[in-house]
Design a binder for this molecule. Structure first.
Ligand code: URA
Length: 214
């Protein structure tokens, strides 16, 4: 694969995205606010991620005449959510692409090694004909992302992209070290990880903030 097609990081800098992300970072934002903003950001970002989706022309009758007009081509898209924080983006994604299929990858971080350990994996059938967007709001160490992509690639989907809100430089390096062909879409690239694998300055634990578990 030519180098220009590898190690792509799409930084979504749209002012609406950046504004909502700032509100999400605020430690004083409630779980309700955090969840709502995450849903809105997912809706805005999926618009960028799906920009190059193939279309085909079909005949449509308007009230005035018949024309050829584009619709999305091929089998239904798959959103592959990395549990649990990925689920916080699903409602927004499905509002924009309501006929998408949803897969789940259950991974937890071993607190000592920070390595990803799989406990659940379920994808739709016919993956070899589908485009997959893997979703997790936080690309931190990249261990979960790499593990999810390893499993998904074994199913030979037509394409794979990775969508997050915040990426740490370490996570980008890890993901592209193992999967240089997978483009990353993110609203921000933060400074670094702390010793517990949290993104700095970050927004805290996304799962806890979505589900109000802390
Ligand atoms: N997961 C989170 O929820 N937050 C981080 O900062 C890193 C990983």
């Amino acid at each position: 694969m030519p180098d220009t097609a590898t190690r792509q990081v799409h930084h979504v800098t749209h002012p609406l995205v950046q504004h909502k992300l700032t509100l999400m970072r605020d430690r004083h934002s409630s779980s309700t606010t955090f969840r709502t903003l995450l849903g809105e950001l997912a809706m805005l970002m999926v618009y960028e991620v799906t920009r190059d989706t193939p279309t085909q022309l079909v005949e449509v009758e308007t009230p005035l005449e018949t024309m050829m007009s584009p619709i999305i081509d091929g089998k239904k898209l798959v959103f592959a959510s990395i549990l649990r924080a990925g689920n916080g983006m699903l409602d927004g994604l499905l509002r924009v692409v309501p006929n998408a299929r949803v897969g789940h990858v259950g991974l937890y971080r071993d607190p000592d090694t920070l390595q990803a350990v799989e406990y659940y994996f379920k994808m739709p059938t016919g993956m070899e004909e589908r485009d997959v967007i893997v979703v997790d709001p936080m690309l931190a160490t990249g261990h979960s992302a790499v593990a999810a992509l390893d499993r998904l690639k074994a199913l030979s989907p037509r394409s794979i992209k990775f969508l997050c809100l915040l990426a740490a430089p370490e996570g980008i390096a890890a993901l592209h070290g193992s999967h240089p062909d997978v483009p990353i879409y993110t609203a921000a690239i933060d400074r670094e990880l702390n010793e517990h694998g949290y993104i700095l300055p970050g927004l805290g634990d996304a799962g806890d903030r979505i589900f109000g578990t802390k």
